[in-house]
Ligand binder design. Structure first.
Ligand code: CUA
Length: 354
């Protein structure tokens, strides 16, 4: 009796956890509240499958309850052997045909949606962004516009945007739950999909393939802006000249340190100067101070940035920056941080859309 009671308690606890954890969704990080084409298609299929499964559940459970109540043996009832239906052709046919129909109901829309999502025939007519996955960040090359950036992916609302995915190292998976399905990112071939967002805003993106110790920190944002804002942002990115920045003396020294200490060897600060298809060692910092995050999850505040420069390993284990530069003094860290926080090419930012 006691053992079964503890089993019941365990079950109740699991049920409670399930309820609790399923409520852990975050706005703009959920496939259940679609804000884009791919996510909408997925949601329709999720609903269809849930309806079919609920129907099956209800039919079975109703039949079971009826049988339990109607055919329950009461005290004094004679012992009888029910009619044996083993090998009944009509029954066998029934429970073969019904599941086949149910599978067809689910399979046809799934296959149709899969083909629609994989159709890239109009790729040349739309914006193309080449995306490269790295441990643990994303590099974006705006192919036709001619500049690069990272971390925040800007796209215009209600427009198909093609993304061409490849990885520089291990397998990753690109996923913006509110907007799109997910797509594997392989080292040997480019995988292409289109995304289309229906509402302006900032959406959370995730790497959905275990890719190392900081896999869960390989976050990014998709910043969906109006068409005018997108054009403005592109113009600002193309015109941004890090050399022409009007810096105060401390930031100016930070700029010199950025070069002397070799940071510039891995990090671009001027996304226009890049060789197409050639992705850098470290994230592009062109719009560092405009970003919603850096290192995947940290807000670009002076405090966070300094902590990062002091010990990136502590904040993002396994990152490729740790150990690549010598010891920096507090003063040097201060200056470099001041410089990086001057890199703000545009008024159109994630902050303006949140
Ligand atoms: Cu990249 Cu997980």
């Amino acid at each position: 009796m006691e053992a079964s009671f503890s089993k019941v308690r365990k079950l109740l606890f699991l049920a409670f956890l399930t309820l609790l954890l399923t409520a852990c969704g975050r706005e703009n990080l959920t496939a259940l509240d679609p804000k884009g084409y791919g996510a909408e298609q997925s949601m329709k299929l999720i609903l269809l499958t849930t309806i079919v499964m609920t129907f099956v559940f209800l039919v079975v459970i109703t039949a079971l309850i009826i049988v339990i109540i109607r055919f329950r043996k009461k005290k004094g009832d004679p012992v009888i052997t029910p009619v044996q239906v083993e090998g009944s052709k009509s029954l066998e046919a029934l429970w073969t045909i019904i599941p086949i129909i149910l599978v067809v109901i689910m399979a046809v829309p799934t296959v149709v949606a899969t083909f629609q999502l994989a159709d890239t025939s109009d790729q040349d007519e739309h914006i193309n962004i080449d995306i490269t996955g790295h441990q643990y960040w994303w590099h974006y090359e705006y192919v036709d516009e001619g500049f690069t950036t990272s971390q925040d992916l800007y796209i215009p609302v209600n427009q198909k945007v093609y993304i061409n995915l490849i990885t520089k190292d291990v397998l990753h998976s690109f996923w913006v739950p509110s907007i799109s399905g997910k797509l594997d990112v392989n080292p040997e071939n480019v995988n292409t999909m289109f995304i289309e967002a229906y509402e302006e805003g900032v959406y959370f993106g995730k790497c959905a393939e275990l890719c190392g110790p900081s896999h869960s920190l390989m976050d990014f944002k998709v910043v969906v802006v109006s068409e005018e804002e997108y054009e403005q942002w592109v113009k600002d990115m193309k015109n941004f000249d890090a050399d022409a920045l009007d810096l105060d003396p401390i930031a100016q020294e930070g700029r010199s340190l950025f070069e002397e200490k070799g940071c510039i060897g891995c990090h671009a600060i001027d996304g226009r100067n890049y060789s197409p298809g050639n992705t850098p060692m470290g994230p592009d910092l062109t719009q560092f101070a405009d970003r919603s995050r850096f290192a995947g999850y940290l807000q670009p505040t002076e405090e966070n940035l300094k902590n990062w420069l002091r010990d990136p390993e502590k904040l993002k284990p396994g990152n490729k920056m740790t150990g690549t530069y010598g010891e920096l003094s507090e003063e040097e860290i201060d200056k470099i941080a001041r410089f990086l926080l001057e890199l703000r090419p545009s008024e159109v930012t994630a902050g303006s859309k949140e």
